[in-house]
Ligand binder design. Structure first.
Ligand code: FES
Ligand SMILES: [Fe+2]
Length: 461
């Protein structure tokens, strides 16, 4: 396991629960992040439903790198760098489409749907000594997890399953059909993309449970809807909301994955009862029917409500996935994917699209609230005086995490719903990955051993 240097401990001090503001503004640290974090981690690049047929492709991002996510004639998903091997031009300029060839607009080098170089002008006369097989677009490793597509540049990285370190249990939940069956979700429409002047880590992990009551207060007052999307109701009536029950926890993994989890209990309300759908009867009736099927399939676990944030830059809000792509220390490009059941009636999909647009994305009423704070804290942390003041992540620092499997029968390290434990775990992992020489130093097996120690000793710090 990697031992943090004193300099790294100064930046991220898990024992005292503080984080230096330098990690949001320092260009050298940002450059190091691109090498150490983004070039070695498994990153979300899309979903199979976006490329159902051979030749289908979408563009994706891996850190600052632009990639093409493509389904080849072999029906397999390929991910390769969108940068021509000749003079570096961007090969594909469309967000999505269907083509078995990608022709570079500069000199015409042509690649197939697996990224292989298949044709180039003047080859016969001009490139006699060139081995075309060595000049294809750079391939990433790819794994498909319940339809979601993940890629890494690192040949020595563990499998994606190992990388998840037990959080696969929660990630799979988000990718299910509402009726609890596998592979029934699809991305609704296109990917919503926008830029915001904040460091990419500021919105990650978005499992901050203590901000909503004030950050989204104006939305509640002005529009009469709460932070969860529910109409504002009398306080005594709010216990019915999913996610607001007494058994809500924040959950983290040594691998840096974090989330909020509501422990399912007998008698929990179905999803259709959340209040969000009172004004949308088509959605409410659809959810009621599918949730009954879900309960038959999954039993008590049908009620599991979870939004996993997978290290380093992926996060869920309900059935919405947001990816925080770095674009320099103080600029982030956020890509948002809305998920629905593939076979839901069109009326339900349309209602959900309207709801998603109302709530999430750059024009969404709650997302705007968050964006304003994320931007303002970045600007207010830039000056040399502010830079010297550490950020505070001390909430419930003294409480040891609860052991998931023994206490709750579910994986992960559980902490109070109102706690900074998820952020402390996230930044601790960030520091480890930033410093580790290789996967040997940050291998999931070692992280798992550390997790066992953590369990035995009652804390992992
Ligand atoms: S840069 Fe692509 S063909 Fe020359
Ligand atoms: Fe928020």
């Amino acid at each position: 396991m990697v031992q943090l240097t004193s300099e790294m401990k100064r930046l991220v001090d898990s024992e005292s629960g503080t984080v230096s503001r330098e990690i949001f503004w320092n260009q050298d640290l940002y450059d190091q992040e691109m090498e150490q974090v983004f070039n070695r981690s498994w990153l979300f690049v899309g979903h199979e439903s976006q490329i159902p047929n051979a030749g289908d492709y979408i563009l994706g991002r891996m850190g600052e790198e632009a990639v093409i996510v493509s389904r080849g004639r072999d029906e397999k998903v390929h991910v390769f760098l969108n940068s021509c091997r000749h003079r570096g031009n961007r090969v594909c300029r469309y967000d999505q489409g269907n083509s078995f060839t990608h022709v570079c607009s500069f000199h015409g080098w042509t690649y197939d749907a697996t990224g292989a170089l298949v044709a180039l002008p003047y080859h016969e006369n001009g490139y006699d000594l060139m081995d075309k097989s060595q000049w294809g677009l750079l391939q990433a490793r790819v794994e498909v997890f319940h339809g979601s597509i993940w890629a890494t540049w690192d040949k020595s990285a563990p499998s994606f399953h190992e990388y998840l370190g037990g959080s696969d249990f929660y990630l799979a939940t988000g990718l299910m059909h509402t009726d609890g069956s596998d592979n029934g979700a699809e991305v609704l429409g296109g990917v919503v993309k926008w830029r915001l002047g904040c460091n990419w880590k500021v919105p990650c992990p978005d499992t901050d449970t203590t901000h909503g009551w004030i950050t989204h207060r104006s939305t509640a007052l002005a529009l009469g809807v709460g932070a969860t999307g529910n109409p504002v109701r009398p306080r005594e009536d709010r216990s019915i909301s999913v996610g607001q029950t007494r058994s809500r926890y924040t959950v983290s993994f040594p691998e840096g994955h974090t989330m909020g989890v509501t422990i399912p209990e007998e008698g929990d309300p179905g999803w259709e009862e959340s209040g969000t759908w009172n004004e949308r009867p088509a959605v409410r009736e659809y959810l009621r029917e599918k949730f009954e099927e879900r309960k038959k399939r999954l039993g008590l676990m049908a009620h599991l409500s979870v939004g996993p944030a997978i290290f380093p830059n992926e996060g869920w809000l309900g059935r919405v996935v947001r990816i925080m792509h770095p674009q320099g220390p103080a600029m982030t490009e956020i890509w948002t994917y809305f998920f629905v059941d593939k076979d839901a009636p069109q009326e339900v999909k349309t209602e959900l699209a309207n709801y998603y647009e109302l709530y999430y994305g750059p024009g969404g009423v709650t997302q705007q609230d968050d964006m304003e704070n994320w931007y303002a804290l970045t600007i207010a942390s830039k000056g040399p005086v502010a830079q010297k003041l550490d950020l505070n992540y001390q909430m419930r620092l003294s409480e040891p995490p609860l052991h998931g499997p023994t206490e709750f029968g579910m994986p992960g390290l559980f902490a109070h719903n109102y706690s900074d434990e998820n952020h402390r775990r996230y930044y601790q992992r960030w520091a480890e990955v930033m410093q580790a020489k290789d996967w040997g130093e940050m291998a999931p097996t070692k992280a798992a051993a550390a997790k066992d120690d953590w369990m035995k000793n009652g804390n992992g710090r």
